[in-house]
Design a protein around this ligand. Structure first.
Ligand code: GLA
Length: 387
């Protein structure tokens, strides 16, 4: 837990003045609907009770000074010359968002920012999206700018797509802005319409960070995205009206499978089946059918592992162990993949034993320490303090 007084004092010690305010933007965990957002499909994530906090103060000039306590490093740049920082990649999320605000012709001045986070960095829980959203919201408040939640999410995503160079979809940023306490969010990534679905009180969402981080996440992610686009292009030979894999049903894909090369077909099969699973999972949650929801999570994992090939042995081990434990309805890889975290749906009464056993057996079988978080669905970005 990050204390607001601790963050205020850390800001004051570093910059020699008091901050004006603190914003908080949550990370997210996706319950189901993986690698569907950039195919204009559906996702079902929730905002976490952990995230990025930024203490901020406006400046009268056009300088931005930003300190990251996670990296124990400071970056400085002028609003008039925002280039990519190759020495301090963490700062590009900040720079990208500020550049996006300027590109929208919004009247902003410089700022002093002090960042703290209680999310595992790079753990598949959207630490970067929450940083982008927190930066955008801090500038919005400091400069009295009105912006709709959807627009803030698109600004944050744009920074990652155009400045950082990761062609991510909209799920993470949208959830960090518009998540709601106690609820999962069924988002239609085609038109950004969404519906909140309560998480029943008799289950807990357990996130388990495998501790594995892969270097190639960005390039593998972008190449999966390119495969999906290629699939759409090829399928258009017989389905001329489709514009995204969202428009293709599992039956149509099976019928026209001969159009796709062997390396592309399983990628498309994952996306098309995952979109269907996500809609079915939302319905199961509506009806409090936790067993049905869990079965769909398990099927999602198998599809990510075998067809989309974004899992790793450590994550497969966590999922396998979770499946064997008492009180677990379902478990799967969450987020982009190549390491990161799993998400499990666990009966309330079984949670303590579940987390203890999961950690112990992972240590035994894989020889690594897992970080386990029992999470509550939380509100999206907000002002956490005003001084
Ligand atoms: C990352 C991206 C998201 C989404 C997931 C996979 O988290 O940032 O946009 O594509 O991977 O579902």
């Amino acid at each position: 837990m990050i204390e607001m007084n601790q963050l205020r004092d850390a800001f004051s010690n570093h910059f020699g003045l008091h901050p004006r305010l603190i914003v908080r933007a949550p990370g997210r965990v996706n319950l189901i609907g993986e690698h569907t957002d950039y195919n204009e499909g559906f996702v079902l994530p929730m905002a976490l009770d952990r995230g990025t906090f930024i203490a901020a103060h406006a400046r009268a000039d056009r300088m931005v000074r930003v300190y990251s306590s996670s990296y124990a490093a400071e970056d400085r740049f002028s609003l008039d010359a925002i280039e990519r920082n190759h020495e301090q990649p963490w700062s590009n999320y900040v720079r990208g968002v500020v550049k996006g605000l300027l590109a929208r012709d919004l009247p902003i001045l410089g700022a002093d920012l002090f960042i703290m986070s209680d999310l595992p960095l790079g753990g598949g829980l959207s630490s970067s999206a929450s940083l982008e959203v927190a930066v955008g919201y801090a500038f919005q408040l400091l400069n009295n700018i009105d912006m709709l939640g959807e627009e803030l999410a698109l600004l944050a995503q744009g920074a990652e797509n155009n400045f950082v160079g990761m062609q991510c979809g909209i799920m993470d940023q949208f959830t960090s802005v518009l998540g709601r306490a106690g609820q999962a969010l069924l988002l239609d990534c085609r038109d950004l319409s969404y519906r909140l679905i309560p998480i029943p009180p008799d289950v807990r969402i357990v996130v388990c960070d495998s501790g594995v981080r892969h270097q190639l996440v960005g390039s593998e992610y972008n190449s999966r995205r390119a495969s999906c686009q290629e699939a759409v292009q090829l399928l258009r030979a017989r389905l001329p009206r489709i514009t995204a894999l969202r428009d293709v049903s599992p039956g149509q894909l099976a019928e026209h499978a001969d159009l796709l090369p062997a390396a592309i077909l399983p990628r498309a099969r994952h996306v098309v089946s995952e979109i269907q699973r996500t809609l079915e999972a939302a319905e199961a949650l509506d009806h409090g059918d936790l067993s049905g929801f869990g079965r769909l999570m398990n099927a999602s994992h198998a599809s990510l592992r075998d067809d989309y090939e974004v899992s790793v042995p450590e994550i497969d081990a966590l999922v396998r162990i979770a499946h064997s434990l008492e009180g677990c309805y379902g478990s799967r890889l969450t987020g982009g993949g190549f390491g990161g975290s799993t998400v499990s749906l666990v009966r309330v009464g079984a949670v303590e034993q579940f987390t203890a056993d999961l950690a112990a057996r992972y240590r035994e079988e894989v020889g690594r320490e897992a970080t386990i978080l029992v999470c509550s669905p939380s509100d999206g970005v907000s002002r956490a303090a005003l001084f």
